[in-house]
Ligand binder design. Structure first.
Ligand SMILES: [Zn+2]
Length: 92
């Protein structure tokens, strides 16, 4: 599949691996937030605060199919395994 090592942090919202500093989101004070990626969390806030887990799963399935060329069934299984345990979806 890909070469994500066990030490590669993944975004706790969308599951994206974050390999370099610029991949991380930012806090309100401008420092990097090491739990969320640059697409999900900017300036201390989620870029899409109303997003639901189900929508995030659909987004990831879509991305995996179109960009990683996975079969939809496999992509859905991957998304359903990856996203629900992440921190963002356990905060409430
Ligand atoms: Zn993210």
């Amino acid at each position: 599949m890909n070469s994500i090592g066990p030490d590669t942090p993944i975004c706790q919202s969308c599951g994206m691996p974050m390999r370099k500093e610029e991949d991380f989101g930012t806090n309100a004070d401008g420092t990097y937030n090491h739990e969320y990626c640059q697409f999900c969390f900017i300036g201390g806030q989620f870029t899409d605060p109303g997003l639901t887990l189900q929508q995030q799963i659909e987004n990831l399935v879509d991305l995996a199919v179109t960009q990683m060329h996975m079969e939809e069934e496999d992509a859905r299984e991957m998304a359903n395994n990856t996203l629900p345990p992440l921190k963002r979806w356990h905060s409430e």
